[in-house]
Design a protein. Structure first.
Length: 350
């Protein structure tokens, strides 16, 4: 880390040329761990091939869903091959004339392990990627650019924390709205996220919280077998992680809910969004057939937001599951986003 480095500082920008017709870069930048330590994080930036015509170019900052825990799971590594979800999202954003930036999050593609589902790590990572993108002069993005935050699943929770923390962590950014897709925000609720079919996510979350808060003991929430699986998991992506649990009963791995262990419960609560007012309007979208993050979870999140006086619109989509909801909601996402860029009053479900 360079002497005097600051959060959001751009460290490296590698010009990828045209990827899928978009001028693209991979970047490395400075961000903050939960304890304030400065850490390097990587990501991707893309812009339309043509220059911005009037004023600073708006910027969409993307918070990705679960890819795994290992360095090879960083989306920027597969972006250049056109194999990342970021390629499609970058195309959708740049078709609107916006720039696009996507963080990999701390510990994915960089030294150290990934603090999976720790919003107080992921939120700053999203905000600092935005700051770094503003330093790439060829993008047409400046410190005056209007910023939209978009995240799905793991990234939905990250986007929630980015919006919540922005006034204190990154007041220099001109964030105008945050979009939360099927947000994995309700870690204290006994949902399907920790059910028999989904429990590998819970083991990943245990790993992530232990990375962020080393004083938390894995043996409080995992069996000895569960603890023994963690080192290998930290080098694997989603498919390999889920395959490693195939045929293994949940109770062979999960010892206790983190909410039953006071030290764990405290950190879960600290990483649950909605306890303070969010300064910008939000849009929550969720599929009613979501098999990973139950639709009731975003309803609970909405209730907390309404209680703190937030401006938040929530829409659900019949028959849409955890992944297909992005396509189902895309027109609404773009419409809501363009209205925020235009300065129109935001609708609310509260």
């Amino acid at each position: 880390m360079p002497a005097g480095a600051k959060p959001g500082q751009l460290l490296v920008a590698k010009d990828l040329g045209k990827v899928g017709g978009l001028q693209s870069w991979t970047i490395a930048y400075v961000s903050s761990a939960v304890d304030g330590t400065l850490v390097p994080v990587t990501g991707t930036v893309a812009v339309p091939a043509t220059a911005a015509t009037t004023g600073p170019r708006p910027l969409l900052t993307w918070a990705h869903g679960t890819t795994g825990l290992g360095d090879t799971c960083a989306p920027s590594k597969s972006y250049v091959e056109g194999k990342a979800a970021e390629n499609l999202l970058a195309s959708a954003a740049t078709a609107q004339g916006w720039a696009f930036v996507a963080t990999d999050y701390q510990g994915l593609g960089t030294a150290g392990d990934h603090p999976y589902l720790v919003g107080r790590s992921e939120g700053p990572n999203v905000l600092d990627a935005t700051r770094a993108a503003e330093q790439l002069t060829a993008t047409g993005v400046t410190s005056a650019s209007k910023v939209l935050v978009l995240g799905h699943s793991q990234g939905g929770g990250s986007a929630a924390f980015a919006a919540e923390l922005q006034p204190t962590y990154a007041p220099d950014l001109n964030v105008v709205g945050s979009i939360l897709g099927a947000p994995a925000s309700e870690l204290s609720r006994p949902t399907a996220f920790f059910s028999d079919s989904q429990y590998p996510f819970a083991v990943m979350a245990a790993s992530g919280f232990n990375v962020a808060y080393p004083a938390l003991s894995l043996s409080d929430v995992l069996t000895p077998k569960g603890v023994s699986l963690i080192p290998a998991m930290r080098n694997e992506c989603n498919t390999a992680i889920f395959n490693s649990f195939a045929g293994v009963p949940r109770n062979d791995v999960i010892k206790a809910s983190p909410n039953s262990v006071p030290a764990w419960a405290d950190e879960v609560t600290a990483n649950t969004p909605g306890s303070i007012k969010t300064a910008v309007p939000m849009f929550i979208f969720h599929g009613e057939a979501d098999e990973t993050v139950p639709v009731a979870d975003s309803k609970a999140l909405l209730a907390r937001y309404c209680a703190t006086g937030d401006v938040v619109l929530r829409k659900t989509y019949a028959k849409a599951d955890h992944t297909s909801v992005i396509g189902s909601a895309l027109i609404d996402i773009l419409s809501w986003a363009n209205d925020r860029l235009a300065g129109k009053p935001a609708p609310t479900s509260c």
